[in-house]
Design a protein around this ligand. Structure first.
Ligand code: 13P
Length: 249
């Protein structure tokens, strides 16, 4: 029996400010009080270092990391830089980056490998479009992303998978419990086929319009080991009930 501790990670995307870091303290306090759940916030790069000093012990992470160690990559940020700033996590392959920066599965895998090598908790995002789902292709599409975006082996860091159906991100449309169960079960089977027993230990998060009022139902689904939360992670008032739901599940 593998007991996977739930992870609730907030992805602030291109939102937030120094002033908004005042949300971290109440989130950290609520996380401690709830207990039994790992909580992280991934603000924009410029806020990582100040967030760490005001985190109250919350894990702070980045929303991307470059695949190379260093060099002539204007505008990019390396895993080593994230670590030096106090970051302990990196999200890679978010659908917004796959779309806006044309990141391929191979590029996402290279980023994940680099982040893991630096000991970061590395969340690799996968998820199908509305068109894929309407065509009934969601399982093979996500299966291919899982096959090609995840690294083959890693010694450091922790690999986490986030299933985020694109049509559920920022839309208020949540996948049904049955849809989430179908996908998470399929991803788990892929992970076990590929990594053996390690595949049972990897956490699979759901993301896409997770809110206070749907979190408990989502956390009750088999093989849902937490959530990657966008909009509702921006304020303690919205994020704390999600942490509490994870703690009770
Ligand atoms: P929302 O929670 O705003 O739908 O965003 C989900 C997401 O993309 C998290 O990475």
């Amino acid at each position: 029996m593998h007991v996977r501790r739930k992870l609730v990670a907030g992805n602030w995307k291109m939102n937030g400010s120094l002033g908004q870091l005042s949300e971290l303290q109440p989130i950290a306090e609520a996380a401690k009080a709830a207990g039994g759940v790992d909580v992280a916030i991934c603000p924009p790069f410029t806020l990582i270092a100040p967030a760490v000093t005001r985190s109250g012990g919350l894990m702070i992470g980045a929303q991307d990391c470059h695949a190379e160690e260093s060099g002539a990559h204007t505008g990019a940020t390396s895993a080593a830089m994230i670590k030096e700033a106090g970051g302990r996590m990196a999200i890679v392959g978010h659908s917004e980056r796959r779309a806006e920066q044309q990141e391929s599965d191979a590029a996402v895998r290279a980023k994940a490998q680099r982040a893991l090598r630096h000991g970061l908790v590395t969340i690799v995002c996968v998820g199908e479009s509305a068109i894929d789902r309407a065509a009934g292709d969601h399982l093979p599409v996500v299966g291919r992303q899982v096959a090609e975006s995840l690294p083959d082996g890693w010694e450091d860091g922790e690999l986490v998978i986030a299933y985020e159906p694109i049509w559920a991100i920022g839309t208020g449309k949540v996948a049904t419990a049955a849809d989430i169960a179908e996908m998470h079960t399929a991803i788990r089977a892929d992970l076990v086929r590929r990594y053996g027993d390690t595949g049972m230990r990897l956490r699979i998060l759901y993301g896409g319009s997770v809110k206070a009022d749907n979190a408990a139902e989502i956390f009750a689904v088999a093989d849902v080991d937490g959530a990657l939360v966008g909009g509702a992670s921006l304020t303690a008032a919205q994020f704390v009930p999600i942490i509490e739901a994870a703690s009770k599940s």
